[in-house]
Design a protein. Structure first.
Length: 201
């Protein structure tokens, strides 16, 4: 038998838990992608509305603002204490957001006040993207992933604390947790936890 006469061998695509995936029509996948993108855009628009309605960082952030100034004054070496209110408060806070805010103030045209206004919005918007990514990976129904993304985008408790000036530090922690969930989902799949195959709708 020549090589051209060999029967074509096809292997069905399997999910991470070994079950065949249900193929969706191209139009269904395209519609899902558009719907998920619109869900993400809706969540970001809700967050942007609150930030754009004010010309100053929302609600809080004075402590973190002072901590960034202390960090800059120390040439980005971590101080032992913050100068905030002259109270000798230990400089004991996750410094990633403080470093990022200080570097953006130093290396971009943005003032530190503007950084405290816009950086929380960016990190909060990224949490919407992370939740959409996580929902797409873990939920059996694509439309359930869209609904979960819309729900997360609209629930005030998912963004109120992150949009404030203090979101400079809070937002980075929240985004890391949301993004890390996909890794937890993959580890769960490797443990062969029961999961239904993804359905078209």
């Amino acid at each position: 038998m020549g090589t051209t006469e060999l029967p074509q061998i096809t292997t069905p695509r399997l999910s991470p838990v070994g079950q065949p995936l249900v193929r969706e029509p191209e139009t269904g996948r395209d519609l899902y992608s558009v719907a998920l993108a619109l869900a993400v855009a809706l969540g970001i628009a809700v967050r942007a509305y609150h930030v754009l309605s004010q010309d100053f960082p929302l609600n809080d952030g004075g402590l973190f603002f002072a901590m960034v100034r202390d960090l800059q004054a120390a040439h980005f070496h971590l101080p032992a204490f913050t100068s905030y209110n002259g109270a000798g408060i230990p400089y004991a806070y996750s410094p990633l957001g403080l470093y990022l805010a200080g570097l953006l103030d130093a290396w971009t045209p943005l003032s530190l006040v503007e950084v405290f206004r816009w950086l929380p919005l960016v990190t909060s918007a990224l949490t919407v993207v992370a939740v959409a990514w996580l929902a797409d990976a873990l939920l059996a129904s694509r439309w359930a992933a869209v609904a979960a993304t819309v729900a997360f985008g609209l629930i005030p408790r998912s963004y109120i604390w992150l949009l404030m000036g203090g979101g400079v530090t809070r937002g980075l922690r929240r985004r890391r947790r949301a993004g890390g969930g996909r890794g937890h989902g993959r580890r769960a799949e490797r443990r062969r936890l029961p999961r239904a195959p993804r359905a078209p709708g």
